[in-house]
Each structure stands twice: as C-alpha cells, then as structure tokens.
Unconditional design. Structure first.
Length: 481
C-alpha cells in the first residue's frame, strides 16, 4: 500500500477470528451503519481507541477486541442501545428486558433477514390529519386510526400530542421507519386542521416541512414539499372525517414537523432544491427496509431536476470516493453531480430516458470492475467477481499463472492491483478492463446517450479512462471553475 493511503484495519486484521467478515463488501459501504465494533457501545469495556477518519470511516487502529458481525435482524442503533443497557447491568442480571411489540408488524425478507416495514411521512401526515379533523369536528381525541395505504396494507397508527382552540385542532404521529435506517425515524409529524369559508380541502406545509425552489420536482416551485400521493391521502382522510360528521364547509390542513429543518440537512433535500425542512413522501405509504426502489427514485428525482434546468450533460459517481476523486483530483464541479450508489444500470436507463446527451461516470475500481463484467447492480449481495475480472484482464496482459492465482486469492481490489503492478502489467490490464467497461456502459445506455468513464483507486490513483472522457471533462457544468 502506498504511503498516505487509508487503511482499514477492521477489514485486514487476519488474526481476527471472524475474518474476513467483510469479504465481498463494497468500500463505499464501510461506515458506521454497516461496519462497526459491537463493543463500542460498552464504553470502558472497549479496549480500542475508536474514532472516525477524515473519510468518515471507522478507524479501529488501536482496537484490541475481536470484530463480531451482527447476525441478528436489528439495525445498528437498536443493537447499540441494547449493548449499552447490558453494560450497565450486573453480570448476573444481563438478560435484556422483553421488547414491546411495535403497533405495525409487516415484514419483508431482505437478503437473508426478515426486516420490519415502517410507514412513510405521508402516512403519518394523513393519520395526523384524520385525528385532528375528528377532534375539530366531533370533539373526539381518538387514540389511534387505521390507514389503508396505497400499497393495500392497513396500518394502525397511534395519535398523540392533541391540542385544540377556536376553530382548530391538531395532533401528531411519530414516524416509524421499521428496520430502515431512515433519518426521519422518531420525528413527530403534526397536522393542524382549521375550518375555512371556502369549499374543499387546502393543504400546506408549516415549520420543518421543506419548500420547493427548483423545477423538476413533484410539486411546483414555491409549494410545500408534500408530494402528490400524500396530498391525496391527507385530503381523503380529512374528507372522510367531514362526511362522517356531517360537515360541509372547507378545511385547511397544515403539516409541520418540529426538528424537520435540522434533520433535512442530513437528507438529499438541500441538493434537490428543497429548503427549510423534510419532504412529506411516499407513493405506497409503506417504508420498505433498505429499499432499492427508494434509492432509484432519488436518482430519478435528481436527474429530473438537472434536466428541468436545461442540463444535457451529466456527471455521475457511485459514492463518496468517486465524488472526492472527481473534485479533488480531476477538479470537476460536483455540486450538480448525481450519486447513483450501486444502481449504475438504472442510472443509465434514467439518463437516457430523460434525454441527456452525455454522461461521465467516475468510479472506484472496486465497483467498476463488476460493471465491466456486465453487473449493472454492484451491491455485494447481487454481484462481485472482482477478483475474477482482475485476474482475467491480468492474464490477457501477460501476468504469470502464479500472479493470476494470487489475484484470485486477494481480498481487496487494491491488493490485486498491487500484484498486477509487481508483474509489470498494471497499465495494459487496466486498459483492457476500461475498454470492456466502456463497451458495457454504452451497450446499456443505447445509441442516444454517450457514456464515458474514469476509473481510479485510492492507492494507485488514475487507472483508466475511455477515449471520449477527456472531452467531457471540458464541458461546462462538469468542468470545475
């Protein structure tokens, strides 16, 4: 490994009895949500010097405890909470307390795990609006309501924080994301319902709900970031309350989320042009844990915004490594770039369907080696074959049989690249891989979208680029200032 390159001791400690716990994992997913020392929550019981490095990755350099993978179905935050509670108990009384069952129990199999679904901010808003309307029109503070979501799944939702005054009433629903690592989990979504003179149901957002500032989003510029499906759900619930209580006047619903502005800073909203708070979202009403569709929908939304503003050229990278390299090493303007995570094929499909002319993909060899073999979803659960790909291109470049065998036994792509470098074939092997990668990308994109790519590694820097990549580097909107 070259001097100054980041190290990942939790990945490379071969003495660990659980090694290789991350074999096949993507480097871009090495963060506290996916890789962690479960002893960290025990505080003084942890013998290591735990910290984050400047890439936001765990640095366990001083750790003396074995790393243990979490074989359960609970998310990290739940495991940390349980471990912290265990640490505070006497050794003879360390059995965890029974956990109260959640009100909403609907499970999906994600990989090899059963994971609990949650409900969207849109479902929260609709349920809160129903509770507030019932209090306003009937004087009844319901303990909860059942919402039939667009997915066809009925969700029992508890109502809390009731209050009322002259001509208005409000209540809240606490967002339950299930087993999805959603930053809005636990937020209170309030609805305040007021009588109005006009007909129908008027819906707007208050504090903690974002405002749309850019074209291409679900709602027009200036509107509250309450998408059309949640608006329909809110209107339906309030109209049913009015009908059942014999009320024929108009109603105004204001959705507000205390703490929403702070949480929104940790979402895509600032990049999308939604300012001041979170979005009230959900096409199905259900949060599916670790949902691939939610990520693809975000990619589509970002590209829609770029296209609505007249962009015809697109800079795309899978993750933060690509973003950092594009900005720091290539000097590119990453403010308008789109991160596609593992969904490179879907990103190409969306860009082509929206009418973009060119797309420049900048990515780490760990992901793009998979794409060169035709794997357009680079998640380790779906595809890997990195060692096989690098071994094949190494063999084509003239690597010895011993080197090819060593590559097949390598754990990381940087380890495999070091073998190719020692063999003196790194350059031709990467040229071969990059050519194949370009062909695969263009084949997926079709004839109307020109796709170029740049491949790099943290330890070896630039590894390859397709013939037209340099031309795209100079295009306004991609090139840096």
């Amino acid at each position: 490994m070259e001097q100054g390159a980041p190290s990942f001791p939790f990945f490379t400690h071969r003495d660990c009895p659980y090694f290789p716990c991350h074999e096949g994992a993507d480097l871009d997913t090495f963060n506290c949500a996916f890789c962690y020392c479960p002893l960290y929550a025990l505080g003084p019981a942890c013998g290591g010097d735990f910290r984050y490095n400047d890439k936001g990755l765990k640095d366990c350099t001083g750790c003396t405890k074995p790393h243990e993978g979490d074989a359960g179905i609970r998310m990290v935050k739940e495991r940390f909470r349980d471990l912290a509670a265990l640490a505070a108990m006497p050794m003879h009384d360390s059995a965890p307390e029974p956990v109260e069952k959640p009100a909403f129990e609907h499970y999906l199999q994600v990989g090899k795990k059963n994971m609990r679904c949650g409900y969207t901010t849109g479902t929260c808003a609709a349920a809160a609006a129903r509770g507030a309307a019932e209090l306003l029109l009937a004087g009844t503070a319901l303990p909860g309501v059942r919402i039939l979501t667009p997915a066809g799944i009925e969700v029992p939702v508890e109502l809390e924080e009731y209050s009322s005054g002259d001509g208005w009433a409000q209540c809240a629903v606490r967002k339950d994301a299930g087993d999805d690592p959603d930053v809005t989990d636990g937020l209170l979504v309030f609805a305040r319902v007021c009588r109005t003179d006009g007909p129908g149901v008027d819906i707007d957002g208050g504090g903690g709900v974002g405002r749309v500032t850019r074209e291409g989003l679900d709602q027009p510029v200036g509107a509250a970031a309450i998408n059309h499906v949640p608006r329909e759900m809110i209107a339906e619930q309030v109209s049913e309350a009015a009908s059942s209580n014999g009320y024929v006047g108009g109603l105004r619903v204001e959705i507000f989320v205390p703490g929403g502005a702070e949480v929104a800073r940790r979402t895509f909203n600032p990049r999308l042009g939604i300012e001041g708070g979170i979005s009230i979202l959900g096409t199905s009403g259900i949060v599916r844990p670790m949902s691939e569709q939610a990520i693809v929908d975000t990619i589509r939304t970002e590209m829609n915004v770029r296209r609505a503003e007249g962009a015809t050229h697109l800079l795309v990278m899978p993750g933060n490594y690509g973003r950092d390299y594009a900005e720091g090493e290539l000097g590119l303007n990453v403010d308008e770039a789109v991160q596609c995570s593992n969904y490179i094929g879907e990103a190409l499909d969306i860009a082509s369907s929206l009418g973009f002319e060119t797309l420049l993909l900048v990515g780490h060899i760990g992901k793009l080696a998979k794409v060169s073999a035709g794997n357009m979803n680079t998640h380790s659960r779906t595809s890997d074959a990195r060692a096989e790909v690098l071994a094949a291109h190494g063999a084509l470049a003239g690597a010895s049989c011993d080197a090819v065998e060593a590559i097949m036994q390598s754990i990381t792509t940087d380890e495999a690249l070091a073998i190719l470098q020692d063999e003196g074939v790194l350059g031709p092997a990467m040229a071969s891989l990059t050519q194949r990668l370009g062909e695969r990308l263009q084949q997926r994109a079709g004839d109307n979208l020109q796709v170029e790519c740049i491949v790099f590694s943290l330890a070896h820097g630039l590894l390859g680029k397709t013939p037209g990549a340099d031309g795209l580097l100079r295009i306004e909107g991609i090139a840096g200032s």
